[in-house]
Design a protein around this ligand. Structure first.
Ligand code: F6R
Length: 264
């Protein structure tokens, strides 16, 4: 149970004592989303995130699966992003992350767990990204999108830019250059600075915001400022998480007290 619930910019904010408490509630939300989508249209399509934030969520989903309280049959997943270039076999790839934290432990069919391909030749990257968007559309769109939030306010790897809001809202899946703050955070996973990929493939702002429901997780004091700006400031491409305001009514944030520090 959240300690408190707020409503800001059309999003429900559930504030929990700890990330583990939030992730228990988030796992229940994922299970509900799968169930509702399968009842409504015979399949469930989930957009998933990587990073430190959702680790306890995946632990909980795996535990629920082992307790036979959750099945992923009839479910497809599409991950938000992947470093570029990177081999899926590289332990730092997001494909490896998903395998380690979720896929190998549950009944997700391997051909239904989609991660953008960090080995695609650059000449085909745009085509590969466009195909990813078309595959999601062909499955009827995302029923549920899980998001973390970057210290610089990025969602997926849609990094801060100067473009007008209406252009940013239309951004498709594509190859991007990573922002210095993102590269600084990636240094934890890539101890040799020269190994940090400077680019990535990311799901676009448009397909993210088109999801029928969006769950944002944010934990710890470093997320307080971007979260508060996203929910209480103006919509701006300089803080991509603020673009979530255009999905008002479909966004839930599950946060801990530290990340909620700037909201009240
Ligand atoms: C990950 C992703 C990123 C992260 C964000 C927060 O797939 O798309 O936007 O959600 O960088 O990362 P953590 O959770 O490591 O703080």
């Amino acid at each position: 149970m959240p300690a408190r619930i707020l409503e800001l910019a059309g999003a429900d904010i559930h504030i929990f004592a700890t990330p583990e408490d939030a992730c228990r509630a988030a796992a229940a939300e994922v299970a509900r989303a799968i169930d509702a989508a399968k009842k409504a249209r015979g399949r469930a399509v989930l957009g998933l995130a990587t990073g430190r934030t959702p680790v306890p969520l995946y632990e909980r989903l795996v535990a629920m699966h082992k307790e036979r309280a959750l099945s992923f049959t009839g479910t497809s997943t599409y991950n938000l992003d992947e470093y570029y270039p990177i081999s899926p076999a590289d332990p730092r790839s997001y494909r490896s992350y998903m395998d380690q934290h979720l896929c190998r432990h549950v009944d997700l069919a391997p051909n239904r767990t989609h991660v953008l391909d960090g080995t695609v030749p650059e000449a085909f990257a745009a085509e590969h990204a466009a195909l990813y968007d078309r595959m999601i559309a062909a499955e009827g769109g995302l029923d549920f999108q899980l998001l973390g939030i970057g210290r610089n306010g990025h969602i997926g790897f849609n990094e801060p830019t100067q473009m007008p809001v209406d252009e940013a809202l239309k951004l498709p899946t594509r190859l991007v250059v990573l922002h210095p703050v993102t590269l600084a955070d990636a240094a934890a996973e890539f101890p040799a600075a020269a190994d940090i990929p400077t680019r990535a493939l990311t799901l676009g702002v448009a397909p993210i915001l088109a999801a029928r429901s969006i769950l944002v997780l944010a934990f710890g004091p470093k997320k307080a400022e971007p979260l508060a700006r996203a929910l209480t400031g103006p919509m701006t491409a300089e803080l991509p998480a603020s673009l979530l305001q255009s999905a008002a009514g479909r966004v839930t944030c599950m946060v801990d007290e530290a990340a909620a520090g700037g909201l009240e």
